[in-house]
Design a protein around this ligand. Structure first.
Ligand SMILES: NC(=O)C1=CN([C@@H]2O[C@H](COP(=O)(O)OP(=O)(O)OC[C@H]3O[C@@H](n4cnc5c(N)ncnc54)[C@H](O)[C@@H]3O)[C@@H](O)[C@H]2O)C=CC1
Ligand SMILES: O=C(O)C(=O)COP(=O)(O)O
Length: 399
């Protein structure tokens, strides 16, 4: 029976779904793990569930030889080395839409709070000051929202922003169909210069690392505010700190940080702590009851389908095979290097063992080939060994 380890307080809906599907060996841990803690914690694990904080890089994957699947119980997957995982025959799943709305609602709330200077007013009122003044406080109506990254979250933020009367501009590296009255900007700087509220919704990783630096912040209006609920590395935090302290921009709301604590015992360290015009939240953009319950169920279902049937629909790094139940007594899962002749040789091995193939499902993605073969007989251990010994084989197992 497969062992599944769930980290980072994944919602109980995940364990409930896994148990209902017959998986009883479930280990649940409340925190993220550091790379050096992974081998011991995941010893014997067939699948692991993480959220955004646990980094699974190539070096860790090398040590996790039994691991067959990774479930990211969130949207972002930049915390996993997707290429290294695919090369080890490990599909990675996520929940690409489940917390979109939660992030979009938070961003709209932050836009309103920042333009009304609520963070400062809140701090002052807590300190006993009665700063009843309209100076520098604005409605969001008729203001321009600049969205960087017009994907699932960015587009939904745009729709909600129009509902409160904002004009919406967006910038994306891909050509995107504008929703509502949103308008694409010709360049990042054009978008930054036009916006009263700038909000970031790009993926993390090397392509967006330090996308917002001092020269980019200098293009923004002094009255504008910046919201980042994407990934901490997207903004050069020292440059932002300087821009805020020198009042070169009016405020910021940050939900994500270059360095985030792994658990609630570790202190959160940031130069932005204590600034009155900044909203800081502990990476809770997607942390609503609704989103977490949905995510738990959705990713658990993907893991169940993979562990029980080998199907990989919605895997983010792997050839996708649509869900089909086992159509015969045995199903052989084979991950291999995508090169000519592999399937022919494999099928010859089945034929030599006197086995008739009932159904076969093949997909490839880049360097990786993936095939499920259904046979109406038990698979002899010698055949399994032979298939595993094929030079192009990365992983070959019964499901
Ligand atoms: N704060 C939180 O709790 C949460 C944060 N997130 C973060 O939000 C990110 C975005 O999520 P989705 O909208 O679902 O992803 P998505 O993949 O639907 O959209 C990302 C968009 O960014 C665009 N993009 C990529 N590189 C770009 C660049 N250099 N410049 C401009 N545009 C670029 C893509 O073309 C795409 O349209 C996730 O990758 C994740 O890191 C997601 C959920 C919760
Ligand atoms: O969904 C995402 O990408 C997020 O950033 C949310 O991460 P979390 O599950 O809250 O650690």
């Amino acid at each position: 029976m497969s062992r599944i380890v769930l980290l980072e307080k994944i919602h109980r809906s995940a364990a409930d779904h896994l148990k209902a599907a017959g998986f009883t060996d479930i280990v649940q841990l409340p925190t993220a793990l550091k790379p050096e803690e992974l081998p011991a914690a995941l010893d014997g694990a067939d699948a692991v569930g993480i959220r955004s904080a646990t980094q699974i890089r190539a070096a860790s994957l090398e040590k996790l030889s039994r691991l067959k699947a990774i479930g990211c119980f969130c949207i972002g997957t930049n915390q996993v080395d997707l290429t290294a995982a695919a090369a080890k025959g490990v599909p990675v799943f996520n929940a690409p839409f489940s917390n979109t709305r939660s992030v979009a609602e938070l961003v709209i709330a932050q836009a309103i709070l920042l333009l009304r200077r609520i963070p400062e007013k809140n701090m002052r009122t807590h300190r006993g000051q009665w700063d009843k003044s309209a100076a520098g406080a604005y409605e969001v109506r008729n203001k321009t929202l600049g969205i960087i990254g017009y994907g699932n979250i960015g587009a939904q933020v745009g729709i909600l922003a129009e509902a409160v009367g904002m004009r919406v501009n967006y910038y994306d590296v891909e050509s995107k169909l504008p929703l509502g009255n949103a308008r694409p900007a010709a360049s990042l700087d054009e978008l930054l210069a036009s916006a009263d509220v700038v909000t970031l919704h790009v993926p993390g990783g090397s392509s967006t690392e330090n996308m917002i630096t001092a020269p980019r912040l200098a293009v923004m209006k002094p009255s504008a505010v910046l919201i980042n609920a994407s990934r901490g590395g997207v903004v050069d935090i020292d440059a932002l700190d300087a821009a805020l302290r020198e009042k070169r921009i009016a405020g910021a709301a940050l939900d994500v940080f270059p360095k985030e604590p792994n658990n609630d015992k570790e202190e959160f360290i940031s130069p932005l702590r204590g600034l009155d015009n900044v909203i800081l939240t502990p990476h809770i953009g997607g942390s609503t009851e609704e989103a977490q319950e949905n995510i738990g169920r959705e990713v658990a279902e993907k893991l169940v389908r993979f562990l029980k049937a080998g199907t990989t629909r919605w895997a983010v790094n792997f050839p996708e095979i649509r869900h089909v139940e086992k159509e015969a007594q045995s199903r052989v899962l084979n991950v291999h290097r995508n090169e000519p002749g592999v399937i022919a040789r494999m099928n010859a091995d089945f034929a030599q063992a006197g086995l008739n193939i009932v159904a076969q499902h093949l997909q490839t993605k880049g360097a990786i080939g993936y095939v499920l073969t259904d046979v109406d007989a038990p698979i002899p251990p010698a055949l399994l060994q032979k298939l595993r010994a094929e030079p192009a084989t990365i992983r070959c197992e019964l499901v």
